[in-house]
Write a new protein. Structure first.
Ligand code: G6P
Length: 367
């Protein structure tokens, strides 16, 4: 192909390892939290925003779902997130003061583009923003505001670096709304920008966990099913981890917010069911630990991604990989990376076509 694989076996692996660079590029020139990051006339649009509606598909939908947690908590603005193919065909209640935000790697996904046009042309919602990786795309062209992520060309069908750069752009959007609404002091702004700038370095350290993840992948390769659990900000990350695994390894994977375990999925748990748990050291960790006990009590095998400072230890039926730090609110950007690696190495062990999984396309431009 036009893009050299270098030392990597697949584009997906290369793109996973490009993430520190992609995020640094996406943050280039960001010296302050300001509406101008989203376009020259963004200030009036963003200042008047009372509500946000995200529209997206696939992995981009999970980025938007993460943004809901950030924006509601940091800026106090109500956020809805909707699958584009549902939104475009259902009778929804329009609101001209809602900012419609599409999230898309390609900017050409048919359902997302049609959902944007439906909101704007049929429902009169003219405040539009797109978070997109392709500056010349239809979505950028047709939206009033835009933030262009700088992931670079993404070739692997399963999205990786596009996702983490979307998260970074969405975090900037959350910060911008927080600032406009008087919830971000100058000192906090400095601290936030500093932790954002630390992400590429932190991500490099997470990528160094690859050998440990390969050990797990070899065990996953023989499984038929897997369950992914997360809570709060990391529920969308569990969803993304399950999507990656099913897309490229063809193992049936489902994600649940851990609190829902007892309302169904617990019935599936036995010793053949690996349960991946995204377990950063946040205020939900104690809750998550009791969910993990529920899994253990049924003989389920736990694979836990914890933080350096959390007290979760390896034990019978409980395998732990520790991320080097605790990343606070930015934790989803880091915690998704070992899940990408787990899917990649599981697929590699199973011998599937990692970059071109069966029946899937990189960009779905027809319905
Ligand atoms: C396809 C790709 C996914 C992607 C989704 C949305 O299903 O395989 O990786 O997340 O489309 O694409 P977009 O370009 O709109 O982000």
């Amino acid at each position: 192909g036009a893009v050299d694989l270098g030392p990597y076996r697949h584009y997906m692996q290369k793109e996973i390892f490009e993430q520190p660079r992609a995020i640094a590029d996406t943050l280039e020139g960001v010296n302050a939290v300001t509406p101008e990051l989203f376009g020259a006339d963004a200030e009036t649009v963003l200042r008047d925003t009372k509500r946000i509606l995200f529209l997206a598909c696939g992995t981009s939908y999970y980025a938007a779902l993460t943004a809901k947690y950030w924006i509601e908590a940091m800026a106090g603005l109500p956020v809805d997130v909707e699958i584009a193919s549902e939104y475009r065909y259902r009778a929804s209640v329009p609101d001209p003061d809602t900012l419609v935000v599409t999230v898309s790697q390609s900017g050409e996904t048919a359902d997302t583009l049609s959902a944007l046009r439906h909101a704007r042309d049929d429902l009169g919602m003219t405040k539009t923003l797109t978070i997109c990786n392709v500056a010349t795309s239809a979505m950028v062209n047709e939206s009033r505001l835009a933030y262009i992520t700088r992931a670079g060309v993404e070739i692997g069908v399963a999205s990786t670096k596009a996702f983490t750069t979307q998260l970074v752009a969405l975090y900037l959007l959350a910060l911008t709304f927080a600032k406009l609404r008087g919830r971000l002091s100058p000192a906090e702004e400095e601290a936030e920008l500093k932790s954002l700038r630390h992400v590429p370095t932190a991500l490099g350290a997470v990528l160094a966990l690859e050998p440990q993840v390969i050990d797990w992948a070899e065990r996953f390769a023989t499984k038929q099913h897997a369950l992914f659990l997360g809570r709060g900000l990391h529920y969308p990350i569990a969803l993304e981890g399950a999507l990656k695994l099913k897309e490229i390894s063809y193992i049936h994977a489902e994600a649940y917010p851990a609190g829902e375990l007892k309302h169904g999925p617990l019935a599936l748990v036995d010793k053949e069911m690996p349960v991946v748990t995204v377990a950063p050291n946040d205020r939900l960790l104690e809750k998550l630990k009791s969910n993990m006990q529920e899994v253990r009590a049924r003989g389920g095998e736990l694979y836990v991604f914890a933080d350096g400072d959390s007290r979760i230890e390896n034990a019978e039926g409980m395998h732990v990989i520790r991320l080097p730090e605790n990343y606070g609110k930015l934790s989803p950007v880091l915690h998704v990376v070992p899940l990408q690696l787990l899917a990649y190495h599981t697929a590699l062990t199973r011998g599937t076509d990692v970059d071109k999984p069966r029946n899937l396309a990189k960009s779905v431009t027809v319905e």
